[in-house]
Ligand binder design. Structure first.
Ligand SMILES: Nc1ncnc2c1ncn2[C@@H]1O[C@H](COP(=O)(O)OP(=O)(O)OP(=O)(O)O)[C@@H](O)[C@H]1O
Length: 592
């Protein structure tokens, strides 16, 4: 189902439509009491509307014909009271249903959001954020009317149709059969339309998802677009995607629109057949004027809910694809799951890789039989060419992916045998992308440990030399950050991320290119802070800039799926191997 681009449509899973609908409508069961109340109100409204033609028939055939004016007034008064109560009932029903459907949407959105939080990197690697947003927002919103109309249209209108058909059959079977003769034609039309239409609506949802993904990517990357003056090209892509979106919508709607025409035609055929049978076959002496008028009203009362039902049916066809897309995500099982509830005991920081093999796509092995043993408190630097597998190694330690062969052990415990929460909560992971959230600087640092006091926050900021720049801001620690820390320099963002990690006091620290955006002056400033951060914990530092890892206890040169060289900076330089060449290249010195 995964498609990592707005250029390609997502694949649909072949879930049965019936199962999807059953699952969707099962949410209504949580509101049984309220829905029963709504149904009682609606039952009352249906009965009143069914009585109206009978009132009319009685008034014409009895009161008006015989001149019984007082009887007629009584009848009108009774009808007026019942109809007023019906209007009040309809308003109450609308209010209750809006309440129920909105609550269900909140539940589904909450379920989807919570579930997405449990999914692993593989899920996010395989689809753009815009496509995920499209499901959480667009697809869920479109379910609102389907859920509401199931109760307010489907149930009462179906009951009305059955009741009206029943009354007509009891009152005059030949007239009733004539009025309903076009039903099979309508059923055939509906079946044909839903078969074609469902596919078209699936396509429309995918096109909407592509458009969403593009807009999200485009806005997130607007700085790059503007600096490369690629506005015209992106506008062209946007136009193309909007065109596809519009085209798929029109194609889908066209099918839905034909349903209305089929019902209209069947309705007209039914009316014509009823008058033909009533006048030409049965004869006017067999059918009273009141019965004709009542049947005229009943036939309207039969076909108009069918028209509503067909609109509801259209709505189901239109939105079934949305429900399928939501359930598909809810059914996606995270690949990284807790095998049991075992909790990782407080870590000492002993890390072992035992013959680890790993591949992202089960085709190309990024790591091949990698083994090493890190002792508690050691600082390990990982260097090597881009794409060699440095980040992959640290991602396996924090179990963002599972190894295909071998094992990763921390303090002798396989990382797969404890909960990811207990594992990751004892690790501090800092990457190049120091994601800051909307909120104050204080809140962002506290994100590292939610129960940290203000004094601890300040101490952490001081330790990594973030305090100085924070105090220069007008509101200090209470400065509100914009999305992703907009308004701060890249270096300042990194200092805040350092403070956030510092406060979490992790046993294992992972710095993945964490200092890459800091200029050399700032780096000198934070170097002291980093050293404080590294003290007393096992640390993995990935750095392209070799100057930052000189003090590491051991340096691993990663290349060709494994550790090519290992030793401290001095030993590796002496060795004159891969590390030496990297070093010389960075110093722009000729290799001797
Ligand atoms: N999510 C992913 N899905 C598929 N392949 C991936 C994924 N992440 C990384 N790779 C591939 O795995 C290999 C190792 O990537 P990794 O990020 O570990 O390299 P790295 O040494 O950290 O590189 P850099 O120094 O550029 O950050 C690369 O060839 C990369 O293309």
């Amino acid at each position: 189902m995964s498609v990592n681009s707005y250029k390609e449509d997502e694949h649909s899973t072949g879930t049965s439509k019936r199962n999807t609908l059953k699952r969707l409508f099962s949410y209504l069961l949580f509101y049984k009491k309220k829905i029963t109340f709504v149904l009682v109100i609606m039952g009352f409204c249906v009965v009143v509307s069914l009585l109206n033609p009978l009132f009319m028939e009685y008034a014409i055939d009895n009161d008006i014909t015989s001149g019984n004016m007082s009887g007629l007034v009584r009848l009108i008064l009774a009808a007026a009271v019942l109809n007023l109560l019906m209007v009040a009932g309809i308003r109450l029903r609308m209010y209750l249903m809006a309440d129920i459907t909105n609550s269900i949407l909140v539940t589904i959105r909450q379920e989807l959001y919570t579930h997405i939080q449990t999914l692993d990197f593989n899920f996010f690697d395989s689809r753009p954020t815009g496509k995920i947003l499209s499901r959480i927002i667009g697809d869920i919103n479109s379910l609102k009317d389907v859920l509401g109309n199931f109760v307010t249209t489907m149930i009462p209108d179906l009951l009305t149709v059955i009741a009206v058909a029943g009354i007509m059959l009891v009152k005059n079977p030949p007239l009733a059969l004539a009025a309903l003769c076009s039903l099979p034609l309508m059923a055939l039309g509906m079946w044909l339309i839903q078969t074609i239409s469902h596919k078209r609506w699936q396509i429309f949802r995918k096109k909407a998802s592509n458009l969403n993904a593009f807009i999200h990517e485009d806005i997130s990357g607007i700085r790059v677009i503007q600096s490369f003056t690629a506005e015209q090209e992106t506008a062209e892509t946007f136009r193309e995607l909007v065109k596809e979106h519009r085209h798929s919508f029109i194609r889908a709607c066209r099918m839905n629109d034909s349903l209305g025409s089929i019902i209209d035609f069947s309705w007209g055929l039914g009316v014509a057949a009823m008058y033909f049978v009533g006048i030409r076959i049965l004869g006017t002496d067999q059918v009273s004027l009141g019965t004709f008028i009542a049947f005229g009203t009943y036939i309207g009362m039969f076909w108009s809910p069918i028209m509503n039902l067909s609109n509801f049916y259209n709505q189901i066809i239109t939105n079934l694809a949305a429900a399928e897309r939501i359930f598909e995500v809810l059914d996606t099982k995270p690949e990284i799951t807790d095998e049991n509830d075992s909790v990782m005991p407080p870590m000492k920081g002993d890390v072992v890789f035992q013959n680890v093999c790993f591949s992202y796509d089960n085709k190309v092995n990024v790591l091949q039989n990698v083994s090493f043993h890190i002792h508690p408190g050691e600082t390990i630097a990982l260097v090597g060419p881009t794409g060699a597998g440095k980040t992959t190694i640290v991602n396996l330690i924090s179990r963002f992916y599972d190894v295909q062969k071998g094992a990763v052990l921390i303090d002798g415990i396989d990382v797969r045998s404890v909960t990811t929460l207990s594992l990751r909560s004892q690790m501090g992971i800092m990457t190049q992308d120091n994601f800051l959230f909307t909120g104050t600087i204080r809140d962002n640092i506290r994100y590292g440990r939610l129960d940290a006091t203000d004094d601890e926050i300040i101490a952490a900021a001081k330790a990594v030399h973030a305090h100085e720049f924070i105090m220069k801001l007008e509101k200090g620690y209470d400065t509100e950050l914009k999305e992703r820390g907009g308004g701060l320099s890249v270096g300042q963002k990194q200092l805040l991320a350092f403070a956030r990690t510092m406060i979490s006091d992790p046993s294992i620290l992972i710095l993945d290119e964490a200092t890459s955006s800091i200029d050399t002056n700032t780096e000198l400033l934070v170097q002291e802070g980093i050293e404080t951060l590294l003290q007393g914990r096992t640390s993995f530092v990935i750095a392209h800039r070799l100057s930052t890892i000189q003090k590491a206890d051991r340096i691993f040169v990663i290349d060709q799926g494994g550790i090519l060289e290992e030793g401290n900076a001095h030993e590796l330089l002496e060795k004159k191997g891969a590390y030496y060449r990297l070093h010389m290249a960075q110093m722009a010195l000729p290799v001797s």
